[in-house]
Design a protein around this ligand. Sequence first.
Ligand code: GLN
Length: 242
Amino acid sequence: MKLKICHMYNDVLNLYGDRGNVLCMQKRLAWRGIDCEVVRLPVGEFMSLADCDIVFIGGGQDFEQEVLLSDLHRGKDSEIIAAVNDGVSFLTICGGYQMMGNYYETHDGVKCDFIGAVDLYTVGAKTRMIGNYKYKCSDSVGGSTVVGFENHSGKTYLGAGVEPLGKVLAGFGNNGEDGTEGVHFKNLIGTYSHGPLLPKNPELCDFILLTALERRYGIGELEKLNDSAEIAAHDAMCGRIQ
Ligand code: GLN
């Protein structure tokens, strides 16, 4: 058994060690004896996503998002939309998450037309939303409590009927107004959680791996791992974030 992960825009969307999420997915597969190939897809390169199982896109500043716009609209946009609709698993973080939506209007008035793979949009605020935060995932994503770190100016608003990833327990989440965090659409997850999201939230990591394994191989359950260190780290942070 083998999964193929595409790490898109690894060269420009790479804030706060977001790439650690790819290492985490790889490791948790390896511990279960499942092979994993990671293919990096930087600006200027093109590939079909048709045979990918998981696509990962990290976060970046407004500047990087503007820089990659023309590259995005040179074919990656339609590949992403087709893959999302085909049920490929996606994990997209902050700037990468915003990119899945219709547009992002920065706080200084630059409008980035994104790809509309999911019906959502983002508007930049003058005051950034920064800090450790936590949220409770919807039952459709396993219902776990996620601890994370957010740093964004963009306030994201979901279209009618679009489901959030979860509900904010402490912090800002999508916009600091409606209590929602992230998005869950088909097998795509978008979130504002930067950095080591998956290592300290192993349940969410396994949820993503399982959706990919189910789609490719019809596997309905993952072998349990000894997550005592991960759970201790998670619970320590969870207690600290109020
Ligand atoms: N540029 C976006 C914002 O500030 C995304 C930031 C990020 O990825 N950290 O809203």
